[in-house]
Design a protein around this ligand. Structure first.
Ligand code: UD1
Length: 347
């Protein structure tokens, strides 16, 4: 079996390439080694790929002739190449759309002309926006956008859209309608929709894995585009207090990168025509404040500081059910957060 992994030299990509080794004869990695991710000009990534026995092709996924040439003869594509994170400001908007939406369209077009009929694509929990909540009086509700007035008052939890009462966050299922709240999330929805169109028109199999917050060894040091686990880990490793936004009560599911890699392998082995999405999380919810405290303790760093600051594009809680992946892919996360954090290096 020959698999092309776009973005395979990155944090999640490296774990996927490693996990593919026992089942796949031939792994080709297409990666642009973009300098805002690979700050050493790609030296470490090249070493990692050669140690794993993967062929690394330095190419941008928007380069159709190159992508098409490397897809010929492939059985499947794992499409990870994307610009990640919440973004710095709106000046990033066109780069997100180009890297993620146009990038995916180009990969799908190349799959079509090269005869590849199986694509597994990295999506994100952020496609759900604020996700699912329950009001004691009004049952399941979809909360309104958090306004700056509310956030400035330190009123971080979204209220019931009918009566304004406090809500309880619930687990989101894959059939929940997408509701992207930032540019990155909007491009992840677009990627999924393009994959669904491709699957319908070609009869191919497209799978979108909606990843929760991924952490683990190999996580990049904090950049303006990093997720919170990398940011807190970098601060704690430098002996600094992690800076917790809002009140630290935001709920997330942190899933270990090796579990995520196993989910990609499981999805590759299920070749069913059409588009299917799966939530990929550990199934255990933690708060951001809890993560900060655990990392500070492990690193021997000062206690986290709860700043009350907020980012308008953030959603309050993101927790989803990964039962569909258990049922249909036979996949479940196996690494508990505490064990996963113990595996990080703080030196
Ligand atoms: C993250 C990823 C997103 C991924 C999603 C999967 C980033 C930036 N976001 O989104 O790509 O698809 O998980 O579910 O990679 N926070 C702090 N202090 C900080 C930074 C963040 O308290 O220094 C808080 C934020 O306010 C937020 C939470 O941590 O409430 C999570 O932030 P972050 O990891 O950036 O974004 P997610 O929305 O979880």
């Amino acid at each position: 079996m020959r698999v092309v992994v776009t973005g395979g030299a990155g944090f999640i990509g490296t774990a996927v390439v490693r996990a593919l080794a026992p089942t796949v004869d031939d792994v080709v990695v297409l990666d642009s080694l973009r300098p805002d991710v690979h700050r050493d000009a790609g030296t470490a990534a090249r070493d990692r790929m050669s140690a794993l026995g993967a062929q690394l092709v330095e190419a941008d996924v928007r380069d159709l002739p190159t992508v098409r040439a490397h897809l010929r003869g492939a059985d499947a594509v794992v499409h990870l190449a994307a610009k990640v994170g919440l973004g710095v400001d709106l000046d990033d908007m066109d780069d997100y759309v180009s890297s993620n939406s146009l990038g995916t369209a180009t990969v799908l077009r190349a799959c079509h002309s090269a005869g590849v009929r199986h694509v597994v694509q990295a999506s994100s929990m952020v496609v759900y926006g604020e996700g699912a909540y329950t009001c004691d009086t009004h049952g399941p509700v979809s909360p309104a956008l958090r306004t700056t007035d509310r956030l400035d008052r330190g009123d971080f939890d979204p209220g019931c859209p009918v009566c304004g009462a406090d809500l309880s966050p619930a687990l989101v299922g894959e059939d929940t309608a997408p509701d992207p709240r930032n540019t990155y999330a909007a491009t992840k929805v677009a990627q999924e929709q393009l994959a669904a169109v491709w699957a319908r028109e070609t009869g191919g199999a497209a799978t979108s894995l909606r990843l929760h917050n991924v952490y683990g060894p190999g996580m990049p040091r904090a950049t303006p585009y990093s997720g919170v686990a990398a940011i807190f880990w970098t601060a704690a490793a430098q002996g600094l207090s992690p800076q917790v936004y809002e009140d630290g009560g935001q709920r997330r599911d942190f899933v270990h990168v090796d579990d995520v890699a196993a989910a990609f392998v499981a999805a590759l082995l299920r070749d069913v025509p059409g588009h299917t999405a799966y939530n990929v999380g550990s199934g255990v919810v933690h708060t951001i404040g809890d993560l900060a405290a655990k990392l500070s303790l492990l690193a021997g760093a000062p206690h986290p500081v709860v700043t009350g600051r907020y980012r308008l594009g953030d959603v309050r809680h993101i927790t989803a059910s990964s039962e569909r992946a258990a049922r249909e892919l036979g996949w479940r996360a196996t690494v508990p957060l505490r064990a996963g954090l113990d595996g990080l290096s703080f030196s």
